[in-house]
Design a protein around this ligand. Structure first.
Ligand code: PZK
Length: 303
């Protein structure tokens, strides 16, 4: 088990795209199969070991939020029995981690919303300002809560890192009407998800959405509000003025920090107990954020 998930392009369906940890296949002209693998990246490097069920945790969280948000999105079904050309082994491997989605015309901008000053935005701010800090006051500290969530788009760099872009650059790429629509939709979704997370004792520090057009409608696409697309902090670990431990990846990062590794490939092999401990943190994130047992999710997928 698990081999299909660490490799790319293994299904008999046409392979459309590979992300670091996700895969997209074509089902028919209007439908794609969106697959979350068990691969994990740390410090932007894909590790050699997969985290069992990580893709199911992320898919379960996306499904939870698609349902909760009730905003137009690309989800069609999680029922793979209607998808032709899969072996029984592949169906079992994909259960709980694959979504049939509407194919859309992808908007070429990552819609990032930040409620807190952290990550690349904090680094821009500390170093004298950048695209994401245009509308921020002076005197903020790392991890400070912002007065209002800010919309800080980035371009999908084909190689390496997303690049933050200014409001003016974004308006040039999208036009004013689409810019305003994406900013309003993104901030609204962030605000509702952060209010929801707060009830669960979790802070949604920032998150990244993607949108696409299908049949003249602007759909929320991709994975949504997962730990890979979002920064979640346990509320009780929040202390502005420094680094905040991440919910899901801190454990594996802390172990990697004990290794003589310069954060360029190849990464060190994770010991079994670090793989197991990391899986437990992902499962805990699922249970904390959804309020439901992960075993119940697995059972609902027919495993
Ligand atoms: C689409 N990506 C990004 C995600 C990757 C790449 N509904 C859709 N319609 C058309 N295209 C996409 C989607 C979605 N979602 C998203 N690339 C294409 C991406 C995951 C893995 F390799």
């Amino acid at each position: 088990m698990g081999t299909a998930l660490r490799c790319r392009g293994v299904l008999a369906l046409p392979h459309i795209a590979s992300g670091k940890v996700r895969e997209i296949y074509e089902i028919d002209p209007d439908h794609l199969l969106f697959v979350a693998t068990d691969r994990i990246s740390a410090y932007d490097v894909i590790l050699n070991q997969a985290i069992p069920d990580k893709g199911r945790v992320l898919t379960g969280l996306s499904l939870h939020f698609f349902d909760l948000l009730d905003t137009p999105n690309h989800l069609v079904s999680t029922d793979l029995s209607q998808v032709d050309g899969l072996t029984e082994d592949q169906r079992a491997e994909l259960a709980g981690r694959a979504m049939v989605v509407r194919r859309a015309e992808v908007v070429p901008v990552e819609c990032v919303v930040r409620g807190y000053l952290y990550g690349s935005s904090w680094r821009e701010y500390r170093d004298g300002g950048g695209p994401t800090t245009e509308h921020l006051p002076d005197g903020l500290r790392q991890a400070d809560k912002l007065d209002e969530p800010i919309f800080t788009p980035a371009t999908k760099a084909t190689t390496g890192h997303d690049e933050n872009i200014t409001e003016g650059q974004t308006r040039e790429i999208l036009g004013d009407d689409l810019y305003e629509e994406l900013r309003t939709r993104s901030i609204d979704i962030y605000t509702r998800a952060n209010e929801y997370a707060a009830e669960k004792g979790v802070i949604l520090a920032d998150t990244k959405f993607e949108f696409g057009h299908a049949n003249g409608e602007l759909l929320l696409i991709d994975e949504v509000l997962t730990p890979d697309s979002s920064r979640y902090w346990p509320t009780d670990a929040y202390e502005p003025g420094g680094e905040i431990p991440s919910f899901d990846k801190q454990y594996v990062r802390d172990w990697l920090e004990t290794q003589p590794w310069d954060k360029s490939p190849p990464p060190p092999d994770l010991p079994e107990e670090i793989v197991t401990g990391t899986r437990e943190r992902y499962v805990e994130a699922y249970e904390r954020i959804t309020g439901e047992s992960f075993d119940a999710y697995l059972e609902s997928t027919g495993r």
